[in-house]
Ligand binder design. Sequence first.
Ligand code: AMP
Length: 192
Amino acid sequence: MNIILLGPPGAGKGTQAANLVESRNMIQLSTGDMLREAKASGTEMGKRVADVMARGELVTDEIVIGLIREKLEGDKKGGFIFDGFPRTLAQADALGELLAEKGEDLAAAVSMQVDDETLVARVVNRAAEAVAAGKEARADDNEESVRFRLTEYYKKTAPLIGYYYAKGLLSTVDGLADIATVEADIAKVLDA
Ligand code: AMP
């Protein structure tokens, strides 16, 4: 079973994807994680995207579609969780084609809804927690960048809610609930 976790920055996609990896042996495909790895290991592509990411802009469709294409060649275990991908209509079309080529499909796109001010507070808090734990905060986890990421989300990613609704694949969960409740709500969608 392949699913998309759809939501703005700070909605809890990464947390819920990690739960599903544990509980259902699924594979988390986070393009944000892949891009941060490319940056950390100093690849050419990593260097090219670093500034774009720090500003909170989207990297090109071509780059992220290429990353996903590569991962779809690997083991799929209990299925893929697309986390932070697709983020544009072009990416959504490309994902549909890549899955169809493999004889695979999407079981659900789960939209995680959280109000904007909570998102900003969560992301700023995530940065503070990283620093308190002696780790480096994400370069884009500051208020200015998260507000820009939200605008990018509303302009480019939110249209995917309509896109997947029209395909009969959309489910919505309340991302403001506590982590265990969100987890149970997602489980209901997957087991429906
Ligand atoms: P995330 O960890 O999902 O919040 O992603 C962090 C940053 O990586 C985003 O703000 C974008 O700059 C970039 N990024 C991640 N996934 C995508 C995507 N699917 N399309 C374009 N840019 C992406």
